[in-house]
Design a protein around this ligand. Sequence first.
Ligand SMILES: NC(=O)c1ccc[n+]([C@@H]2O[C@H](COP(=O)([O-])OP(=O)(O)OC[C@H]3O[C@@H](n4cnc5c(N)ncnc54)[C@H](O)[C@@H]3O)[C@@H](O)[C@H]2O)c1
Ligand SMILES: O=C(O)C[C@H](O)C(=O)O
Length: 362
Amino acid sequence: MRPSLLKSTAELLRRSRGYASSANPERKVAILGAAGGIGQPLSLLMKLNPLVSSLSLYDIAGTPGVAADVSHINSPALVKGFMGDDQLGEALEGSDIVIIPAGVPRKPGMTRDDLFNINAGIVKALCTAIAKHCPNALVNMISNPVNSTVPIAAEVFKKAGTYDEKKLFGVTTLDVVRAKTFYAGKAGVPVTEVNVPVVGGHAGITILPLFSQVLRPWTMSEVSCKSDTHDPSKNATPASNSLSQEDIEALTKRTQDGGTEVVEAKAGKGSATLSMAYAGAVFADACLKGLNGVPDIVECSFVQSTVTELPFFASKVRLGKNGVEEVLGLGELNDFEKKGLESLKVELKSSIDKGIKFAHGS
Ligand SMILES: NC(=O)c1ccc[n+]([C@@H]2O[C@H](COP(=O)([O-])OP(=O)(O)OC[C@H]3O[C@@H](n4cnc5c(N)ncnc54)[C@H](O)[C@@H]3O)[C@@H](O)[C@H]2O)c1
Ligand SMILES: O=C(O)C[C@H](O)C(=O)O
């Protein structure tokens, strides 16, 4: 059979089996770094997402095995593996969302910035290919240091003439996942009744959880892989008043050091992979829902921003058909949070500047 006929037959089959509709159109998701510690469980979770019709798994090695394995799962997404530079273009072609967990992870004693020298080049090369092969895709950047890799991506896209600030996201969902879990554990409240905006960036003190705004989920109907629907009328739960300032300060530090806690526990075998895959899948699911026109999808993300004087900043973002629909403000901060906000700006600015400088080749 001719390849074009094969393709249209497969598409017809999928549609006739009810996998795509006008509300849930065909969606292609590409994962770059799919054979890695995050990439593999993330590939599994995206294969389970019913909004994905085509899943493209790319890495420099190991993807044929991962793709063959994941492809046997009886969910709708058609899985294809791609390996090496020669196949990157095909992997990206037609993608609606590109998720990037490619790059090296930390070992004990390292900061995320210590990864810059290797990961900056990887991200620059991958984003150059995205600009060429799927310039309209939403990009979910996981590779560290996120505070620098997102500005690198922006500069690469600007140079290629494809930059759209609505379509570039630093994935900071794991900070939110941790803040919710740690808060619920300490306050003794069900984790499903907790939501914590985490703002700033994704490294050390640049991670600022706003525990004064501990909210009931924004009408989250299910916990797993569901993004939150924002309802500003739902305000602080009584639980937000139940912890002492000392507890809140300890929870803030634990959230900021959450990545290091995992790096040390893994003792040289990498950083968070499973919780990150979960967080990455939650964020990608939110992006897919936004693209599909589901209203009021809100997640925290590190995006181009005017919330502060810094060009990129993580805060709550409303997602829509074009990516970022609205960057939401910080809300009211208490004195502790105001101090945290001022202290993080110097480090965050320096990481952003470092990324921009690298992208310009200086
Ligand atoms: N944003 C976050 O919250 C967060 C959380 C955890 C980890 N991370 C970061 O994610 C990255 C990946 O972590 P991991 O634990 O999966 O690492 P890993 O080493 O297990 O996997 C990385 C994968 O990237 C692949 N890779 C390397 N260069 C590539 C290229 N040019 N193109 C495509 N693939 C390439 C490798 O072959 C490997 O399979 C690290 O930078 C880590 O710091 C971010
Ligand atoms: O801590 C790391 O190096 C990985 C990641 O950024 C995390 O927060 O777990």
